[in-house]
Design a protein around this ligand. Structure first.
Ligand SMILES: Nc1ncnc2c1ncn2[C@@H]1O[C@H](COP(=O)(O)OP(=O)(O)OP(=O)(O)O)[C@@H](O)[C@H]1O
Length: 651
C-alpha cells in the first residue's frame, strides 16, 4: 500500500607485491615520513607529502566537485575529532610497492610476475573474516548531529526545479553513524539485506528548453509514472504506473540525504563482518554517476570517525581501491589503467591480482584518489549523456584488522563496502546509429546488468548456486554476495516524458529486485514485472497535463518513438526470444581461457585511448542485437540468456 512504509526521506510529493607482503609490519614505521612520502609518491599524491606528518586541513566539501557551506561545517567537525583522537593520521599506502610501471613505449605492460604463484594476491590471505568484533560503548565524543543538513553542493548544478511537485521538509533522521552504532548488532540485523531506493533527477536545461514534461510524481515512498499513450482512434490518454519502494527520493533531495538514506546505515555494520554493496542503476544520463560519486567520501568520513573513536586502538585499518570493468576486463584506475587479472583462490574467494590497495586514514587523500580514478575512467557519448560512463567503476573500502588487534600482524578483512557506478544502460534502439564497438559496449553492459540481477535474486532466495560467472561484474563482486552481505540499489530515473519507456524499464528492474528482497519470487515468474505495480490506470490526458500541443512540442529527438513492440507485452517476448532460441547455433561469447588470457596479458596486449580494441568478446550480429534489445526488467528472459546461451566468462 502506498504510504504503508513511511520512510524518513523523500516523502515529498512533488600489483604484484611479493608474498612477503604478508609479513608486512603495520607498525610505527608505517608513519615514518620517508616511507610515507614514498608511498604518497607512488600514489601520485606527492603534493601531499610535505604535510603528511602534520595534521592537514580537512575540507570535506560534501562531495568533491563543488564547494559549499557544508564543507566548512564538516571541516570543523572532522578537525574536532582529529584533536580528540590525536596524532597524525594522514597516509595512503599502496600495498603494492611503487615502481611497477606498466607502460612502455605506449604499450601496456603487465608484469609477468603478477601472474606467478606467490605474488600479491590481495584476497587470498585476507579474505577470511575475523571473528566478530565486540563493539564498545557509544563514543561519547563530539556528536555528528551538528553536521550540515539540507541542500548540499549539488544545489549549484545547472538544473532547475520545474515541478508541479513541491518539496517539503523531509524530517530526516539525524545524521549520526555513531548513534546508529548504539544498537549495533540489533541494528545490523535490522538493516535490510536488499534495499531499493529510487532517485529522480530534475529536468535538465535541454529538457526544459523543449518544454518536456515531468511525468514522475513522487509521494512518500511511492511514485507514479504518467505515461502518455494513444488509443486506436489516436486520442491521447494517460496511463498511470504506480510503484512502491523502500524510499523514493525526489529531485529536491540532496546528495547528503541520499547518503543518509542509503549508505549511512550500513557503515557501522561493515565493522561487523559484513560486506556491503551499493550500486546505482538506470538509463544513461539519469544521474547514476552524480549520485554515486559523493557517497564513498562520505562513507570514508564516517568509517574513519568510527575507527578513530569507537574502535580506537583496536587495530582497524581502512584500505581503498578503485578499478573499472570495461569490455569484460579489469583496469586499475589508480595505477595507469594497469590491466588486472582476476582469480579465485582455493576458498573460492575473488582475488584481483595486482590491484593497488591504499591504506588510508584521511578524507583528503581519499578525495584525491577518487578524483584521480574518476579522471581515468572510460567515458563516451550517448544520446542522452555527453559524458557517459562506458565502464562499471568499482570503488572498494575494505576494513581490515590484524588478528590480535594490534598492527604487528598482517591484517585480515573484516568487512567491505563496494560502490559501483554502473555503465549507463541503453537499449538497442538507442544505439542503432552507433558503431559496432559502441553497440558491443552496450551489449556487454546489458549482459552484466542481467547477471547482476540474477545474482541478487539468487542471493535473496538463499539459493545454493549463485550465477557469479554470468559476467565479470558479478564475478568480481562474488565475495560481496556471499555470507553476511547487504545490497543497496539506487535506481536513477529521468523525469522527462521522452524517457518514459526507459524509466519504466528501470523501475521494473528495481521492482524485481525489491520483490526479491521479500523472497517471493519464483524462477519461472517471467512476466511479473508489475508485481509492485500498485495500479495501472488510464485517464484522459487533459485531467493531468497541459493540452496536447505541448506534447507535440515535446518530441525528444534523443529517444525513439515507443512502439507497441517495445511495450511489455507477451508477444514482444515471443518475438524477441527467437533471436536466441531460433538461432540454435547461438554463438557463445568468445571468452578466452585462462591460458590464452595469461599469454595475452604477458605484455602482448595493447591498450589505446580509449581501449576499445581490448574487448575480447565477440558477438554475432544477431546476438548483439538481441542483447541490445534485452529488456532487463524481465527476469525470466535473463535466465534464458544466462543459462541457455552459454554465457561464460573467462573460466
Ligand atoms: N539529482 C540531480 N541533480 C542535479 N543534476 C543531476 C542530478 N542527477 C544527474 N544530474 C546531472 O545530469 C547529468 C547526467 O548525470 P550522470 O552523468 O550522473 O548520468 P549517468 O546516469 O551516470 O549517465 P551514464 O550512465 O551515461 O554515465 C550530469 O550533468 C549531472 O550533473
Amino acid at each position: 500500500m502506498i504510504g504503508e512504509k513511511m520512510n524518513a526521506v523523500g516523502r515529498q510529493r512533488s600489483g604484484a607485491a611479493p608474498a612477503a607482503h604478508h609479513q608486512r609490519q603495520y607498525s610505527d614505521n608505517f608513519l615514518e615520513s620517508s616511507s610515507n612520502g614514498r608511498w604518497l609518491q607512488s600514489a601520485g599524491l606527492q603534493h601531499l607529502q610535505s604535510s603528511s606528518n602534520a595534521v592537514p586541513p580537512v575540507q570535506d566539501t560534501g562531495g568533491y566537485y563543488n564547494g559549499g557551506g557544508q564543507g566548512s561545517r564538516m571541516y570543523r567537525s572532522v578537525q574536532a575529532q582529529r584533536t580528540y583522537s590525536g596524532g597524525s593520521d594522514l597516509f595512503a599506502e599502496p600495498l603494492t610497492p611503487p615502481g611497477n610501471s606498466r607502460r612502455k613505449n605506449g604499450e601496456e605492460q603487465v608484469s609477468t610476475n603478477e601472474y606467478s604463484p606467490g605474488l600479491l594476491d590481495l584476497h587470498s590471505f585476507d579474505t577470511e573474516l575475523l571473528t566478530e568484533v565486540s563493539v564498545p560503548g557509544l563514543f561519547d565524543g563530539p556528536s555528528m548531529n551538528h553536521l550540515s543538513r539540507g541542500r548540499s553542493f549539488d544545489d549549484s548544478d545547472p538544473y532547475f526545479g520545474n515541478n508541479k511537485q513541491s518539496g517539503r521538509a523531509r524530517g530526516l533522521p539525524e545524521s549520526n553513524v555513531l548513534k546508529s552504532l548504539a544498537a549495533d548488532n540489533v541494528k545490523a540485523s535490522n538493516v535490510a539485506k536488499i534495499k531499493v531506493v529510487v532517485r529522480k533527477r530534475p529536468l535538465n536545461k535541454k529538457e526544459l528548453a523543449k518544454n518536456d514534461e515531468d511525468i514522475i510524481e513522487t509521494c512518500s515512498n511511492s511514485l507514479v509514472v504518467h505515461e502518455t499513450k494513444l488509443k486506436v482512434d489516436l486520442t491521447e490518454y494517460l496511463e498511470k504506473h504506480e510503484f512502491v519502494f523502500d524510499a523514493v527520493l525526489n529531485e529536491e533531495v540532496s546528495n547528503d540525504e541520499v547518503y543518509r538514506e542509503t549508505v549511512e546505515p550500513i557503515v557501522p555494520i561493515i565493522f561487523q563482518r559484513t560486506k556491503a554493496t551499493c550500486f546505482a542503476y538506470g538509463q544513461t544520463g539519469s544521474g547514476k554517476t552524480y549520485t554515486m560519486k559523493p557517497l564513498p567520501l562520505r562513507a570514508v568520513r564516517d568509517i574513519l570517525r568510527l575507527m578513530h573513536h569507537t574502535y580506537r586502538n583496536q587495530g582497524f585499518q581502512l584500505f581503498f581501491s578503485f578499478f573499472e570493468i570495461y569490455g569484460g576486463k579489469l583496469y586499475d584506475l589508480l595505477s595507469d589503467r594497469k590491466k588486472l587479472c582476476m582469480r579465485e583462490d582455493g576458498k573460492q574467494q575473488v582475488c584481483i591480482v595486482g590491484l593497488q590497495e591504499y591504506r588510508v586514514a584521511d578524507v583528503e587523500i581519499v578525495k584525491e584518489l577518487i578524483e584521480r580514478g574518476n579522471a581515468t575512467r572510460s567515458t563516451g557519448t550517448t544520446g542522452a549523456n555527453e559524458e557517459s560512463s562506458r565502464s562499471h567503476a568499482i570503488l572498494q573500502l575494505t576494513i581490515k584488522r590484524s588478528a590480535d588487534g594490534s598492527e604487528s600482524k598482517p591484517p585480515r578483512v573484516v568487512g567491505k563496502l563496494s560502490f559501483i557506478d554502473l555503465a549507463g544502460s541503453e537499449r538497442g534502439a538507442d544505439t542503432t546509429d552507433n558503431d559496432k564497438q559502441t553497440r558491443m559496449e552496450g551489449a556487454e553492459i546489458n549482459k552484466s546488468l542481467l547477471a547482476l540481477k540474477e545474482c541478487i535474486r539468487a542471493l535473496d532466495n538463499d539459493q545454493g548456486h549463485i550465477p557469479f560467472r554470468g559476467s565479470k561484474l558479478t564475478e568480481v563482486l562474488r565475495d560481496s554476495f556471499v555470507g553476511n552481505s547487504r545490497t543497496v540499489m539506487i535506481s536513477c530515473i529521468s523525469p522527462n516524458s521522452g524517457s518514459c519507456e526507459h524509466t519504466l524499464n528501470t523501475l521494473r528492474y528495481a521492482d524485481r529486485v525489491k520483490s526479491l528482497s521479500k523472497g517471493n519470487i519464483s524462477k519461472k515468474d517471467v512476466l511479473s514485472s508489475t508485481t509492485n505495480l500498485k495500479e495501472s490506470t488510464t485517464q484522459p490526458l487533459s485531467s493531468f497535463l497541459p493540452p496536447a500541443s505541448t506534447f507535440e512540442d515535446d518530441t525528444n529527438d534523443s529517444w525513439p518513438e515507443q512502439t507497441d513492440k517495445e511495450e511489455y507485452e507477451e508477444e514482444y517476448y515471443e518475438e524477441e526470444k527467437p533471436a536466441w532460441k531460433k538461432n540454435s547455433k547461438v554463438e557463445s561469447f568468445n571468452f578466452l581461457n585462462v591460458d590464452d588470457k595469461m599469454k595475452r596479458a604477458n605484455g602482448q596486449t595493447k591498450w589505446k585511448e580509449p581501449p576499445k580494441p581490448d574487448m575480447k568478446y565477440s558477438y554475432s550480429d544477431d546476438n548483439l542485437d538481441a542483447l541490445l534489445k534485452v529488456n532487463i526488467a524481465e527476469v525470466g528472459f535473463v535466465v534464458d540468456l544466462i543459462e541457455e546461451s552459454n554465457f561464460r566468462c573467462w573460466y
